[in-house]
Write a protein that binds this ligand. Structure first.
Ligand SMILES: [Zn+2]
Length: 270
């Protein structure tokens, strides 16, 4: 998959509908390349690819930083300054680059007039731009983390879905400062894809991961009962299948014992 293809001209795409279309094709492309067909949000979060809508804010803020703070005397910067009217945000046309830059900087409370990294002013331009990008990535990560945790909250009378379960499983991993980096387990070369499938609810041996029943009808997540435990109505989710189900959990026991043994060897488990 060519991620740069999706990011290259992001700052010039002004319509939300176009961004949504691009996001859909990015999701599909990512799922196809990895052969992980689980929850898209989970897949994006684990692989360190925040939504394009949020990444676009960073690109716009970066452009603004370059035009006004880092290189204010270049031709594009002078043109930008000339065309960049002093009109208040609501008076700007929503199809202009100016509008989107100001919207993005407003959303992240970035001061447009002062250098956000004054300590770095004597450093090479490249370093300053990179530091600014990293600063923006952390802000966007905080914003996205909040959105994810919110999405995982279940309201009264509503059963949690795939996304909520992903956030529950990945809760600790989502606390990393920079969500533009992949989750820790993807940074080592062992068994990444099976784990990714398990976390994003994309396996076909855990019942709650299967969208449609044999009769091609949709069953709500909470009503996907473990068929092995029938007639008991126990949701056949990860915890049940791997740890509690009297029929399938004994299969995972040797792997769990092995893991515990290794963790104890390295003093990682009490
Ligand atoms: Zn069971």
């Amino acid at each position: 998959m060519a991620l740069p293809h999706f990011l290259q001209n992001l700052r010039y795409i002004h319509s939300d509908a176009d961004i949504t279309k691009l996001q859909t094709s990015l999701n599909l492309s990512l799922a196809r390349v990895l052969h992980v067909y689980g929850d898209h949000t989970g897949l994006l979060a684990d692989t360190g690819i925040p939504p394009l809508q949020l990444t676009r804010y960073i690109h716009l803020a970066q452009l603004h930083f370059r035009l006004t703070i880092i290189r204010p005397d270049t031709l594009p910067a002078l043109l930008f300054k000339k065309l960049n009217s002093s009109l208040p945000l609501p008076n700007l046309h929503t199809s202009t680059l100016d509008y989107h830059i100001r919207y993005a900087t407003h959303a992240f409370k970035v001061d447009l007039h002062t250098d956000p990294l004054p300590d770095m002013s004597s450093q090479p331009t490249k370093n300053r731009e990179r530091a600014f990008r990293n600063m923006m990535r952390k802000r966007v990560s905080t914003l996205w983390r909040g959105e994810l945790y919110n999405a995982a909250r279940t309201h009264v009378g509503q059963s949690p879905g795939r996304k909520a379960f992903y956030v529950q499983i990945a809760h600790d991993n989502l606390q990393r400062l920079d969500l533009f980096k992949p989750a820790q387990f993807l940074r080592n070369p062992h068994n990444q894809l099976p784990l990714l499938r398990l976390r994003t609810q994309g396996t076909n041996y855990i019942l709650t991961h299967i969208h449609l029943s044999n009769t091609h009808t949709y069953t709500p997540y909470a009503n996907q009962y473990c068929p092995l435990c029938f007639p008991l109505q126990t949701p056949g989710n990860e915890t049940h299948t791997l740890f509690h189900c009297p029929h399938s959990s004994p299969l995972t026991q040797p792997a769990i014992d092995d893991l515990m043994l290794h963790l104890r060897q390295f003093d990682l488990w009490a």
